[in-house]
Write a new protein. Structure first.
Length: 300
């Protein structure tokens, strides 16, 4: 459950699908509330520029979607999101929905015989289900969300995959879109200096300003150099994974050794999601490397 809470699960494992059987308007007649996949279809039509445009769903299409996080009062039918769009824009998933609707029931069926076999005080199925639910989700070892301090933490997590012995992934935080509203256009992205708290536009968490570095270079040099060395290791691991994924995609598409750019967008392919995650991690690794170099070089 921790990987799901920490947004460390591949979108491929969270995708749900439903078929769009009729026109979108047919679902909303007589004041009915459209299901989640229908509301997502309307959103995709709007993003595509209108019905019949490229990327706009049509009746008969099977729509993949994930459930994004949102306000507790927001209806579930309004929280569907396109998996590719959610991945590229850092849209957070609703981990509680997947735990309560999908993971939780499966765990409860598995653990109920083990948890309640010795409980002679439980007489009904409802009591046994309640005891199992309390054991799984209300124990003293409940999940505690990680905190992010003002320091460089580049290897958020590592695991193994079919393509590489070690894979680094960075926490996928939602990025600000300045073009989405007039309010967002006035917001500047950046970070505070870890020493004096000065806002540094365009920087990342862990940045050090020139004054603080000059005042105490030994205090910051060691951590910055260590961060740069770790980033080089991350870049090497990601490059190896990228080569293995490209080889698999070339074999699948039949363009091996033809140096053809891979444009596969098959959402139901686990390798495609691995490739997208690898590309995103490589971009993030490069951006973080540039930020550390900037702190070391005083190039403002």
């Amino acid at each position: 459950m921790l990987p799901l809470k920490e947004n460390r699960v591949d979108p491929y494992d969270l995708v749900l699908t439903k078929q769009l059987r009729n026109e979108i308007d047919a679902y909303t007649r007589e004041g009915r509330t459209a299901p989640v996949h229908v509301q997502l279809a309307a959103l995709r039509v709007k993003r595509a520029g209108g019905p019949g445009k490229g990327g706009a769903p049509r009746p008969g299409d099977r729509l993949p979607f994930i459930i994004r996080a949102g306000d507790p009062k927001e209806p579930l039918s309004m929280r569907g999101e396109d998996p590719t769009y959610a991945f590229e824009h850092g849209v957070p998933i609703d981990a509680d929905y997947y735990l309560s609707r999908h993971v939780g029931p499966a765990l409860q069926r598995i653990f109920e015989p083990l948890v309640t076999a010795h409980r002679v005080d439980l007489e009904t199925d409802a009591q046994r289900a309640a005891a199992t639910h309390e054991f799984l989700f209300n124990s003293k070892t409940d999940y505690c969300a990680p905190t992010y301090a003002y320091e460089y933490d580049f290897s958020e997590y590592r695991d193994k995959s079919a393509f590489s012995d070690t894979v680094v992934r960075y926490t996928n935080r939602r990025r600000l879109d300045a073009s989405s509203s007039l309010f967002m256009r006035s917001i500047k992205s950046g970070a505070e200096c870890v020493g004096c708290g000065l806002f540094l536009e365009g920087r990342r968490t862990g940045a050090v300003c020139t004054e603080c570095f000059d005042r105490n270079p030994g205090h910051y040099m060691e951590s910055l150099v260590a961060s740069l060395a770790q980033l080089r290791v991350d870049e090497n691991d990601l490059t190896k994974e990228r080569a293995a994924i490209v080889a698999k995609c070339e074999e699948c598409t039949g363009c091996k050794k033809q140096f053809t750019h891979i444009v596969c967008e098959e959402w139901d392919c686990a390798v495609m999601w691995r490739r997208q995650a690898n590309m995103q991690a490589l971009r993030e690794c490069e951006a973080r490397t540039n930020d550390v170099v900037q702190s070391l070089s005083h190039d403002w």
